[in-house]
Design a protein around this ligand. Structure first.
Ligand code: HMH
Length: 219
């Protein structure tokens, strides 16, 4: 399935930036158990802002899927993702109060840029193929990153188990595979122009994810 698709080929082709996004020093510090909790709190406050912006983006992907995908199963996968964001917002609020983090903080530059990129992808002229590819990549980076922290050799502090499980659990992994399959199927029939736009969007997601983690470290 995913292994032979376009997305897998792009991961290989862009391996260095893919690794910078999925094996960032911030994630490594969680895995090692040396994470600075003030960096974690910074990440939490900034990621809440990102997720608020992610909602209209996912809604726009859902709309495009309803109009163009012609596959009810695709619509259901994306709808499930949107529904999960409802629970995620509640989780952020609970987690923020546990860590005494305010959810009204100012978005930092890396976050502002990433949110602007998300907004640009919600435009109707952006094709479903490009949007679903970006959507998969955004979710996959978190899945790869946090599932690493759950591996048996991880020294992740127990305070962060809820966070790591949110994106690292097996069912989130299944959901990411489904998104990857949808993206691959859509890429199979895409024009060369759309293919190149989708590849650019994929790389842009990875760059933004890398900056987002660095921002959490205060860099
Ligand atoms: C920055 N990327 C960022 N935040 C998230 N919550 C996700 C991806 C996954 O939903």
């Amino acid at each position: 399935c995913g292994e032979r698709g376009t997305t897998a080929a792009w991961i290989k082709k862009h391996q260095p930036i893919y690794d910078r996004a999925t094996r960032h020093p911030f994630i490594r510090s969680i895995w090692e158990g040396t994470v600075d909790f003030s960096a974690f709190k910074r990440w939490l406050a900034q990621d809440y802002i990102f997720v608020r912006e992610f909602i209209p983006f996912v809604a726009s992907v859902l709309l495009k899927a309803c109009k163009h995908s012609g596959d009810e199963a695709d619509v259901e996968v994306i709808l499930g993702g949107l529904a999960a964001l409802n629970d995620e917002i509640s989780w952020f609020k609970k987690e923020a109060s546990k860590w005494c983090v305010s959810l009204n903080s100012t978005p930092q530059n890396a976050n502002l840029e990433y949110c602007r990129f998300l907004q640009s992808l919600t435009l109707p002229e952006v094709s479903y193929t490009v949007a679903i590819t970006a959507f998969w990549a955004i979710e996959a980076v978190y899945q790869e990153s946090f599932s690493l922290c759950l591996e048996s050799d991880s020294k992740m502090p127990k305070e962060l188990i809820g966070t790591c499980e949110r994106w690292g659990n097996a069912s989130f992994g299944q959901y990411c595979s489904s998104l990857q399959n949808i993206a691959d199927r859509s890429l199979e029939t895409a024009s060369s122009v759309v293919l190149s736009e989708a590849e650019k969007a994929f790389v842009h997601v990875l760059e933004n994810e890398n900056y987002f983690w660095s921002m959490s470290l205060g860099e």
